[in-house]
Design a protein around this ligand. Structure first.
Ligand code: SF4
Ligand code: SF4
Length: 228
């Protein structure tokens, strides 16, 4: 008997997932590759690195972020496996944040926000506005620890490193520094190369829908996502 492909409900869309387990295995391999590259960066003592368990500044004070579909599927599976109390806590916090997301997104000029057909620069600007206005804590942070650590998205993995794929653009020049404010005045001699990994996240996401590009979702929408 052929297994029925799961349907993923996220942000008002229902998406049939193609070869989900293969895509999620490929995503885990991609995360492992990023781990090896960031580990090599850390091994050079000229590159200061302060990330440690319990250091959760990055998960607070503005922790809504964009997630590709394949990452959303893995993260939603991890949330589904959480103990009921943790899962319900995260979902209640996400419900409250979703209302704020809709309110703040509507204040930014541009086409109405439409999950599945978002324009990337506008979507990023809307997320930045939400973080600047509310400085929200990630609903998945529990006692200063990430409750889905093994399956956390790429951006969370990259946050404490200067990564070319997430480089900050300042005065027309690319500045390679960590996104984390705790690294603001640090001198770093190198950066982590991950442009190819970021592109692969998009490719995997398109493969997962069977060929459709549905763009990215907010981390709040992922917490509220479900499988049918
Ligand atoms: S990214 Fe910054 S806040 Fe987050 S764990 Fe690393 S040093 Fe701490
Ligand atoms: S998913 Fe985990 S690592 Fe990422 S912001 Fe939330 S609590 Fe922090």
């Amino acid at each position: 008997m052929t297994a029925v492909p799961p349907q993923f409900s996220i942000a008002g869309l229902t998406i049939k997932l193609t070869d989900e387990s293969v895509a999620l295995d490929d995503l885990r391999a991609l995360y492992k590759e990023f781990y090896h590259r960031s580990d090599a960066f850390k091994a050079d003592e000229r590159n200061p690195h302060h990330c440690a368990a319990g250091c959760s500044h990055c998960c607070k004070q503005g922790a809504v972020f964009a997630v590709t579909l394949v990452e959303a599927a893995l993260l939603a599976r991890a949330i589904h496996s959480l103990p009921t109390a943790k899962r319900e806590f995260a979902k209640r916090a996400a419900q409250r944040l979703l209302k704020e997301q809709q309110r703040i997104f509507a204040t930014i000029e541009g086409p109405v926000d439409q999950p599945g057909a978002r324009e990337e620069p506008l979507f990023s600007a809307r997320i930045s506005a939400l973080n600047a206005a509310l400085g929200p804590t990630c609903p998945l942070l529990v006692d200063d620890l990430c409750s889905v650590y093994d399956d956390r998205p790429m951006l969370c993995r990259a946050y404490g490193f200067p990564v070319d794929a997430y480089a900050v653009k300042a005065e027309s020049a690319m500045v390679f520094r960590s996104l984390c404010v705790l690294y603001e005045n640090e001198r770093l001699v190198d950066y982590v190369r991950a442009e190819d990994l970021k592109a692969r996240l998009s490719d995997l996401s398109i493969r997962l829908t069977g060929g459709r590009d549905v763009g990215r979702f907010t981390s709040v929408e992922v917490v509220l996502a479900d499988f049918e």
